[in-house]
Each structure stands twice: as structure tokens, then as C-alpha cells.
Design a binder for this molecule. Structure first.
Ligand code: SF4
Ligand code: SF4
Ligand code: SF4
Length: 335
């Protein structure tokens, strides 16, 4: 009885030093330069000058704790949904406080519409405002396509909407074509609006209508299909992320020697990246965002995260980097 208790306590407090160090260091690495060069970017500094280091330290501790929870593959899908949504809540709470209470809550002091498609469309229309595209590309260099599975303030909603049902089969070819047509469409519309000299009000109406239709897609289609249709077809940033994410060296691999072809992982992937063909080919499909949910679902531990095709499973390191970036995003990626 006593020895059982000790074992449970040991397991409960088992610390994975490597992921702890990586996640906290990543948060500090991303936030300390901000604290030194542009402290006002941090919310604490805007209200209590000189207190930014407290915010940075708390976020680093949070990242360390989260990495310890996520190290257990059984927790991945459940906890990722929660921390991703937590970010979205913080983001939109700050947005609303900035709108209705105090504009200090808005990072730039100016209002920007929280619609990811604008990351692509706004710089084309305005010929300036490259902060978000630069943030996106820098983040892709750090975490690859996990922008669309852990970091975007809207994607979390699509994820939640799709949780209600198990994924239904979709026509992958059609969804991929649709996804890239959306990028072309959004770029074309931004160019046309620029050429005709559309007013900012007209642009805002356009963008809000686009965003609201996206919410309708989540609530109706993603919910019904159990699949993140909004993020895999409608949002143009998703297409860019998947495309550029292919430059990132981490990939999902399936060990054909241990895989039992049970297809359970397939019914846990909300991005349609684990069809029968993908499983038989031993790798995730085109839409994979490196979310890690399939690790939770595989009873045979056949799925791993590989770096440059190497055999070693790098999930632990990759997850710690994503978690560290997520903690830094809590401080940075606000409007
Ligand atoms: S596809 Fe668009 S809305 Fe979805 S997570 Fe990616 S950027 Fe966000
Ligand atoms: S294949 Fe796995 S890691 Fe990739 S999106 Fe699907 S569940 Fe996530
Ligand atoms: S859940 Fe695991 S064992 Fe089953 S098909 Fe997927 S990879 Fe293979």
C-alpha cells in the first residue's frame, strides 16, 4: 500500500527535464528581447512599467508546467484543445477590453480586425502592415504548421466545432483544390479593391462578412462533418501554412511493422491527414498540422514525429518548442 503510494507520487511528480528546459527557454528566448527592446508590447509593462519581467517569468513557468502535462501522449488531444482555446479566450478578452474599456489593451493602440484572412489580404490592399505576415513566417520557421493546430486565435473555434462528431470522409482532392482557389480568390479580391480605391469602410464590411461566413462554416459544416472544414478549405492562411509548413523538417511517421491497420487514428485526425492510403504509406497526408492528436489515439505506439526522416521520435522536443511558443503568444499575439 505504502509502496504503491510512493510509486503514484513519483509518477505524479515525474519531471521530464529536457522538455521543461526547452519549453521555458523558448518562452524566455522569444520574450526577453521584446522586454528589452520594446517593453510596451507586454501588457504588464503597459499598465505597470517595470513589471514586464514578472509577466515573462510567469509565462515561462506556465510553459514548463504545460510541457510536463503534454509529455504524456494520453493527454495530448485533450490538453491541446484546452490550451489552444485558452489562448483564443485571452486574445478575444483583450480585444473586447481594448474596444470597450481601455485602448491600452490593444497592442498597437489601433483596432485591427481579428480575421486571419487579412494576414494575406491586408498587406496586398494597403501595401504596408507586414507585422502579421512576418509573425506568421517567423512562427512557421519555429513550429512549422502548428500555427494551425496550436497558435491561431480562430482555428481553435473550428477545432471545437468539429469535436462534436467523428470525422466523416471528405473528398480530399476537392478540399485541396478549394483551399488553393480560396487563396487566389482572396488575393484577387484584395487587388481589385485596391485598384478601384475602395474605402476602408467598404473593406471592413467585406472582411467582417468573410469572417462571419467562416463562423457559419464552422458551426454548420465543421460541426456536422466532425472535420475542420473552415481551416482546411476556407481560410487562405491555412493553405499558406500547409504549403510553407512543408519546408519544416518534422513529419508524422507510421511504423508499418507495428501498425495494426485499425484506422483508429484516422477517426481522430480533424485535418483529414490520415486516410487508409496515408497509413499504408507510413506518413501523414498533405494537410497534417503536426497537432499530435494521433499519438493519443494509437494503441500500438506506431506513430512518431520524425526529424529529417530520422528514426528517432522527436515529439518531446517538438512539443516543448510549440508549448514555449504558445506561452510567448499569450504575451505577444494580440491586436
Ligand atoms: S486555417 Fe486560418 S483560421 Fe484555421 S488555424 Fe490556420 S490561420 Fe487560423
Ligand atoms: S496526422 Fe496526426 S499530427 Fe497530423 S494533423 Fe492528423 S492527427 Fe494531427
Ligand atoms: S491507430 Fe496506430 S495501429 Fe491503428 S492504424 Fe493508426 S497507426 Fe496503425
Amino acid at each position: 500500500m505504502y509502496s504503491n503510494y510512493i510509486t503514484i507520487m513519483k509518477q505524479a511528480y515525474k519531471i521530464n527535464t529536457r522538455s521543461l528546459i526547452i519549453s521555458t527557454s523558448f518562452t524566455l528566448l522569444l520574450l526577453i528581447p521584446v522586454l528589452i527592446m520594446k517593453p510596451d508590447t507586454l501588457l504588464a509593462e503597459r499598465f505597470f512599467p517595470g513589471s514586464g519581467w514578472i509577466e515573462v517569468s510567469l509565462l515561462a513557468i506556465y510553459a514548463g508546467w504545460l510541457s510536463q502535462v503534454m509529455i504524456n501522449t494520453k493527454n495530448i488531444s485533450n490538453i491541446r484543445v484546452k490550451y489552444w482555446f485558452f489562448f483564443s479566450v485571452i486574445f478575444f478578452t483583450q480585444f473586447l477590453l481594448g474596444l470597450f474599456v481601455n485602448d491600452k489593451f490593444l497592442m498597437t493602440g489601433d483596432l485591427h480586425l481579428p480575421i486571419p484572412a487579412l494576414i494575406v489580404a491586408a498587406p496586398i490592399f494597403r501595401g504596408e502592415g507586414f507585422f502579421m505576415p512576418i509573425l506568421l513566417i517567423s512562427t512557421l520557421a519555429i513550429v512549422g504548421p502548428a500555427w494551425c493546430s496550436s497558435l491561431c486565435y480562430i482555428g481553435s473555434w473550428d477545432n471545437l466545432a468539429s469535436l462534436k462528431n467523428r470525422p466523416k470522409k471528405v473528398n480530399r482532392k476537392q478540399t485541396i483544390i478549394l483551399r488553393y482557389l480560396m487563396i487566389v480568390l482572396v488575393v484577387a479580391v484584395a487587388l481589385v479593391l485596391k485598384c478601384v480605391g475602395a474605402s476602408l469602410t467598404a473593406i471592413a464590411v467585406f472582411a467582417i462578412a468573410f469572417g462571419l461566413f467562416g463562423v457559419f462554416i464552422m458551426l454548420y459544416f465543421s460541426r456536422k462533418l466532425g472535420y475542420m472544414l473552415h481551416c482546411t478549405t476556407y481560410c487562405p492562411v491555412g493553405g499558406v501554412v500547409t504549403l510553407l509548413g512543408k519546408l519544416y523538417p518534422v513529419r508524422v511517421k507510421i511504423d508499418q511493422n507495428t501498425c495494426t491497420n485499425c484506422n483508429i487514428c484516422s477517426s481522430h485526425c480533424k485535418y483529414d491527414a490520415l486516410s487508409n492510403e496515408d497509413i499504408n504509406a507510413g506518413k501523414a497526408g498533405w494537410n497534417c498540422t503536426l497537432c499530435g492528436d494521433c499519438l493519443t489515439s494509437c494503441h500500438a505506439s506506431s506513430i512518431s514525429f520524425s526529424f529529417f526522416g530520422m528514426k528517432k521520435n522527436v515529439w518531446e522536443v517538438y512539443m516543448a518548442i510549440v508549448v514555449g511558443t504558445h506561452a510567448a503568444f499569450l504575451a505577444l499575439a494580440r491586436l
